[in-house]
Design a protein around this ligand. Sequence first.
Ligand code: SAM
Length: 255
Amino acid sequence: MRIDIVSVFPEYFRTLDLSLLGKAQEHGLLQVTAHDLRDWTHDIHHSVDDTPVGGGAGMVMKPEVWAECLDELLGMDEVPDTVEDGQSSPAVLILPNPSAPLFTQRDATELSHEEHLIFGCGRYEGYDARLPEYYRGRQVDVREYSIGDYVLNGGEVAVCVMLEAITRLLPGFMGNPDSIVEESYTGAQSLLEHRQYTKPAVWRGHEAPPVLLSGDHAKVDRFRRDDALARTSEIRPDLIEALDCADLDKADRKT
Ligand code: SAM
């Protein structure tokens, strides 16, 4: 998978060379490049922002600079705003935005099948609203996502979050592929995962559930399933409401 990230702070992405993401790059599973948006400016100050049309506080990111950069990464020629030239790009353009729909595990799974992702990090009051509109008009698959109901200073952290959620799903990324099969928000049923315990069996007077040490796999599975259902109904009742009753077995219904 090829990943291009555009930011006014490309240094933020040095951390992507660490840990599993770093290994995935070394093994050629991923090719990540962080670009400095200011490389596409032409003025002496390398300006990427301007005052908001209509007035108000803060600055808005200039569409011209973004478009020069994105045209190049998307492999598209510049065309007049109103003319569609039939060109399209196989890349998906992802723009983090706190006022967009929430990014979910389902989005991560879908995007993990793509070959080329381009992330654009907003700063200040964000990017000019015509930017996503323009690229959608040119048949680019543009996705705007929020990572949560709060406002960050910029899109860099949001991009790191999405990128990690997507890339860990790539075949060969995890040492043990089974570790991404049974996880929270994963699979058709999308529950929270059951709680996890390790050794010792008793730690500072707190016991791990004895059934987990019983060696009875059916009982262990039942215990974990009940725990997942109970936790999900307590913490995320919306996920329980979204469950299809046909997917529940008799014992589930008692939980
Ligand atoms: N004025 C914007 C608003 O109130 O919706 C906030 C702009 S924020 C300070 C600057 C940039 O940070 C955004 O353009 C976006 O790229 C990123 N950002 C901030 N919070 C985010 C969130 N919850 N999810 C995704 N991106 C976020």
